[in-house]
Design a protein around this ligand. Structure first.
Ligand SMILES: NC(=O)c1ccc[n+]([C@@H]2O[C@H](COP(=O)([O-])OP(=O)(O)OC[C@H]3O[C@@H](n4cnc5c(N)ncnc54)[C@H](OP(=O)(O)O)[C@@H]3O)[C@@H](O)[C@H]2O)c1
Length: 343
């Protein structure tokens, strides 16, 4: 059995206390632990990329309403991409690249449950946390199965420059719809229209969101892909079209709130015979490979851009990068590239 070099350090990020509002560095604690040793049937994974996900804030709360929760004293949950550095499991070999929900730490052992081997020849390792991973899969199934864009239809995506939104809008455009993106800076608006092929991009911080939506979609909106909820969703609901769909992917703007607010303009759903549809990507787990094949093909054909917002750092940088996500500092999927990725 190979021995691990002595310089390997395993830092782990724990939740220190329940955050109030935005999560800050004081809500987390870094602890140093030994690099774990795999037993029979297990593998040792060296983390190369940490996924930084808005939804983490949603589950960092003192409530039993959520199936998954992170509580003070828990290792912070999160997906990672990394390399098998030791295997005592016949399904994995040393050198295999994998993704899985191993938490925010440099090393983890796993019995293979929930680990997915990924092909770094098809897409770089970081993309398997983004466009080829949960973000891209969420966009793919929510758009194709629920929003159903087509020529003559209008799709509005909020959180449009983020991990899920940036892929969702492009799929809408590939399938022939007119696509309008909503995001929080002029610079991100330019990225959406100039590089991702959005027809229109609106910076919600410039005000008059409703008026600008009416201008961009004179015949009303056929589908709203909602990543952020709150006032942005509410203003968009006023302009939903006949038998439109409002796809509830996420509600990032509400995750930091103690008491989350629902939309006041839901009455338009009645008049317009529209519907709100909940969505969880894992309902499509048996079709992930099919979606990844299609997403990779669109990338090869030059139709789809996958972008990871890579921050060089280590486990201890996670709280600050998480904060930056909530300040809209990412374009595409926010990930931290750990020092081990450079070896
Ligand atoms: N249903 C599912 O199966 C599923 C799966 C994966 C993710 N999700 C959800 O999908 C949503 C998007 O996830 P993601 O990974 O793609 O995140 P993301 O969009 O990459 O990152 C968060 C973005 O949200 C925006 N934002 C932050 N605070 C905001 C606020 N108060 N109001 C409006 N916008 C705000 C920021 O962009 P701006 O500059 O545009 O403000 C920021 O860049 C999340 O809510 C997540 O929980 C759902």
């Amino acid at each position: 059995m190979p021995t691990l070099p002595n310089e390997r350090r395993n830092n782990q990020l724990y939740m220190a206390r329940f955050p109030s509002g935005e999560a800050g560095p004081g809500d987390f604690e870094v602890r140093e632990a030994p690099v774990p040793e795999p037993k029979d049937g297990e593998v040792l994974v060296e983390t190369h990329y940490l996924s930084v996900d808005a939804a983490l804030r949603l589950i960092m709360r003192d409530s039993k309403d959520f199936l998954f929760r992170v509580q003070p004293g828990d290792l912070v949950r999160g997906s990672v991409a990394g390399r098998i550095v030791e295997s005592r499991n016949p399904d994995f070999r040393e050198g295999d690249y994998v993704t899985g929900g191993l938490g925010v730490q440099n090393y983890a052992v796993s019995d293979g449950t929930g680990l997915a081997k990924v092909d770094t020849a098809t897409a770089p390792l970081s993309a398997w946390l983004g466009g080829m991973g949960v973000s891209g899969l969420t966009a793919y199934f929510a758009v194709t199965e629920e929003c159903k864009p087509a020529p003559g239809k209008t799709l509005v995506v909020n959180g449009a420059a983020g991990a899920v939104g940036s892929i969702a809008g492009q799929i809408g455009r590939i399938l022939g719809a007119r696509v309008i993106g909503i995001t929080g800076s002029d610079e991100k608006c330019r990225w959406l229209t100039e590089e991702l092929g959005y027809d229109v991009a609106i910076n919600y911080r410039n005000g008059d969101l409703y008026e600008r939506l009416v201008e961009a979609a004179p015949d009303r909106i056929d589908a709203i892909f909602d990543n952020v909820g709150g006032p942005i969703l509410d203003e968009s609901l006023r302009w939903i079209g006949l038998r439109g769909v409002v796809l509830l992917c996420g509600s990032t703007s509400q995750y930091t709130e103690e008491k989350m607010a629902g939309p006041a303009n839901y009455i338009w759903l009645g008049t317009m015979r529209a519907r709100m549809q909940g969505f969880v990507v894992y309902d499509y787990a048996d079709r992930f490979a099919e979606a990844q094949k299609q997403l990779a093909q669109w990338v090869r054909e030059g139709k789809l851009v996958m972008r990871e917002n890579v921050v060089e750092g280590d486990v201890g940088d996670f709280p600050d990068v998480f904060r930056r996500l909530y300040h809209g500092e990412n374009r595409g999927k926010m990930v931290i590239r750990l020092p081990a990725a450079a070896d």
